[in-house]
Each structure stands twice: as C-alpha cells, then as structure tokens.
Write a protein that binds this ligand. Structure first.
Ligand code: UFG
Length: 332
C-alpha cells in the first residue's frame, strides 16, 4: 500500500516524501507543477535511492485523480496541494477559494469512492489569527483570519471535521504548521519562491547572495523584546518528520485530531538575521520599514500535544535552519 502526497513536489511535500521513504513507506506524488518542477522527483531519488511514483495532474481534475487511486493501492493521503501566498490571496480571493476548496472537495470525493480512510491535512497557525495570546494551544480560538489564504485553511479544517463526524471509521489529522524554514541538509531540495519572496528566510538568503539589495524589516515597534515580530521557526525536515509521526497516529486512531507542528520557541526578526549572519559568516543588509498589514506581533506554538500523542518533537535549532537555508540558496 502507498501513501499519496498531493502537492508532493513542493517545499514541504518533497521533504516529507524523503522522510516517508526513509521510513520505508511507498510514496506516490501527484502535483500540477504550477509551483515546482519534475526535477524535484529526481532529487528525491538522489537523496533516498528510491524514485517515488509521480503523476502530473491537478487535484481538482476528478477523473485524473480517480485514475491514480485505481492504478495504485492508496492507504492514505497527505494533502499539501494548494495556493499558499498570503499577499496574493488578498489580490486574488476568488482564485484562492476556488482552487484550495475545489481540490480538497474533489480529493474527499475520490477518497470516499475508493474507501480510503486516512487523511493528513496541511493546515496553518494562521487559523489562530489574533484571537488570543501566544503560545497557541490546539484548543485556542480560531477564525478572524486576516486573508483569504488563512480562511481557506480555516474552512478546510471545518470541512474535514464534518467529514470525520459523518464517517467515524476515518482518521483525519490536521497539522497546523508554524513557520517552516531551512532545507534538506544535502542542499538538493529547498524552498523556491516565485518572484520576490514574501517570507523572511528566502528574503534573507536572496539578500545575502546579492539578488536583493536589502531586507526590509516590517516594524520595530511591536510589543516584543526588540520590537520586531516574533515567530516559531521550524526546520522543514523536523516538520516532515512530524508528518511521518502523524501518519503512524492515523493508522492507530480514528476521528479528527489537530496538532501544532512548531518548536515552541519564538524568535524575533532581528534574532533570525543575527543567527543567519553568525551561522554563515555573512552580512545581511537591512532597513527598518513600516509594519506589514495583516501581521501580528507574536506567534508561537505550544507543541506539547504533538510530543505527548505523536511522540514527535522538533530537534533542529535556529543555527541548523540558517545554515541549511544558506546551503540551499547557494546550490539552487
Ligand atoms: N518579515 C520581514 N521582512 C520580510 C518578510 C517578513 O520583516 O521581508 C517579518 C514579518 O513581518 C514577520 C516575520 O518576518 O514578523 C515572518 O514573516 P513571514 O512572511 O516569513 O511569515 P508569516 O509569519 O507572516 O507567515 C507564515 C506563512 C503563512 C502562515 C503563517 C502562519 O507565510 O503561510 O506563517 O503563522 F500562514
């Protein structure tokens, strides 16, 4: 039996494919390559020595997806596919709702038709919004999202909770990611943003290598220790291992369960810049700019539920994240 990864050639999907293969699982990847390339499949093979099955398709294409479930015996699905740029979602709400909801609903129909019982979903800490102070526990209030991307994650969580109620024999795991950064230590796979990066780490690495002139730090007047925004950065390989643990959990339980995947440690933007400079012995030019609309001051997890029920904990530190992100930037 195989595990199907939708969006499996993307940043988090490709790292998860590697960790699943390392854990001796059989992996089938589907991806429309709208934000990645088939070269990633070669890289996964290079790292693991095993080539995952790959079919290029849009998850909203029901007939194409159905054919994959007919071709391979699919034991469960990890659903990464979706549009993910926060800023773009504000400009293109219809596209974001259409794509992220359609792909999920189509997937759920095909999953049901093939009697597949396990589903892991890529949710986000963005669902916590600004409703309560960090650290966020899974039972903290959600909603009040600040952009359509966040709302799609929130809505899909509601849909999946409903599916779990209607089908008590199913096992659904909602994983709320905090801020995944870093890259595989081989330097072969990592994050490849389209155009000007929105996220902090790709912007730092592109500034350090000279593609960008300087980093703009969005606000130094937040109620945080140094005034810059605080986030829970997690190494993408740790995050990928969290999926392996979640899949094992799904094999042994039924119902819907939510887990934070974070380290539980908050670092400020300036902490990250300094750690990057120290880890890689390179300067990052920066300027303080106005706050970015939609940002909150502080966001970090309480990761204790995942530790208790999944037996999973992030192991890599900020230096590992900065070093691996820089290695990837120099290779890609
Ligand atoms: N930042 C800068 N300059 C930049 C980019 C970011 O100062 O050029 C700051 C932001 O203001 C924030 C921190 O760096 O304080 C992190 O920003 P990111 O854009 O890297 O990440 P966010 O926390 O805004 O968002 C990320 C993901 C979302 C996800 C969210 C969950 O991009 O998909 O975490 O909390 F929803």
């Amino acid at each position: 039996m195989a595990i199907l990864l939708t969006g499996g050639s993307g940043f988090i999907g490709s790292h998860t494919a590697v960790e699943l293969i390392n854990a001796k699982e059989k992996v089938v990847i589907v991806d429309d390559l709208s934000n990645s390339s088939e070269v990633i499949i070669d890289k996964i093979e290079k790292i693991t020595g095993i080539r995952p099955e790959f079919r290029k398709l849009d998850v909203a294409d029901k007939a194409a997806l159905d054919a994959v479930f007919t071709e391979f015996p699919i034991d469960g699905v990890i659903h990464f596919a979706g549009f993910k740029a926060v800023g773009e979602s504000v400009a293109k709400p219809i596209e974001y709702y259409r794509n992220n909801l359609d792909t999920t609903l189509t997937l759920l129909e095909v999953v049901r038709a093939h009697n597949c019982k396990k589903l892991i979903f890529s949710s986000s800490a963005t669902v916590y919004g600004d409703n309560s102070p960090a650290p966020f526990r899974e039972d903290a209030p959600t909603g009040n999202c600040t952009n359509p991307y966040g709302w799609t994650k929130y809505m899909i969580e509601q849909i999946l909770q409903g599916v779990a109620k209607a089908c008590p024999e199913m096992s659904i795991v909602l994983l709320r990611y905090f801020n995944p950064i870093g890259a595989h230590e081989s330097g072969l796979i990592g994050e490849r943003p389209n155009g000007i990066p929105n996220n902090l780490l790709p912007y730092i690495t592109q500034t350090a290598i000279g593609i960008r002139d300087h980093l703009s730090i969005y606000g130094d007047d937040y109620p945080t220790p140094d005034g810059t925004g605080v986030r829970d950065y997690i190494h993408v390989v740790d995050l990928a291992k969290g999926h392996v643990a979640a899949y094992k959990y799904a094999c042994q339980n039924t119902g819907a369960e939510v887990f934070n995947l974070g380290t539980g440690i908050g670092y400020s933007v300036l902490d990250v810049v300094k750690a990057f400079e120290k880890a890689n012995q390179i300067k990052v030019k920066y300027e303080i700019s106005p706050r970015r609309p939609g940002d909150i001051a502080t966001c970090y997890s309480d990761p204790s539920k995942a530790a208790k029920l999944l037996g999973w904990k992030a192991e890599k530190n900020l230096v590992d994240m900065c070093r691996d992100a820089w290695r990837w930037q120099q290779n890609c």
